[in-house]
Design a protein around this ligand. Structure first.
Ligand code: AMP
Length: 113
């Protein structure tokens, strides 16, 4: 996998507003927030996109979902939040290091745009 700006954030080579970190993942505020709460949660292990994940990634993927819920709750949005994963350019993925968008604080329509 080629180096992405998210790898640089993990290595502290570029700044980010980090809200959570552990051995497996890092969460930081999106630079262009699409909701009052917009956090990106990434695995430290470089996975390009969710379609590239394998069984060897099962435990980190479960960890990310658990942490996404905890982070949304800790940020004060236990009742309503949305998790989004864009997979591939056609779905809007622009950074090719797997990330979960944690969005909250406004109304969300369905189906998603
Ligand atoms: P996606 O389009 O799903 O690949 O999401 C990439 C996200 O990364 C977008 O929401 C961008 O606003 C966000 N982003 C890009 N550069 C940075 C950065 N340096 N720090 C924080 N978020 C960023």
């Amino acid at each position: 996998m080629t180096d992405t700006l998210f790898s640089k954030i993990i290595r502290r080579e570029i700044p980010a507003d980090i809200v959570y970190e552990d051995d497996l993942c890092l969460a930081f505020r999106d630079i262009d927030p699409q909701a009052p709460l917009h956090i990106l949660l990434i695995p430290k292990q470089p996975i390009v996109k969710i379609a590239d994940a394998t069984e060897s990634n099962q435990s980190v993927l479960g960890h990310l979902l658990l942490k996404a819920g905890e982070i949304a709750k800790e940020q004060g949005y236990a009742d309503a939040f949305r998790l989004v994963i864009n997979n591939g350019e056609g779905a809007g993925q622009t950074v090719f290091h797997l990330h979960i968008h944690i969005l909250a604080g406004r109304a969300f329509s369905w189906p998603a745009g």
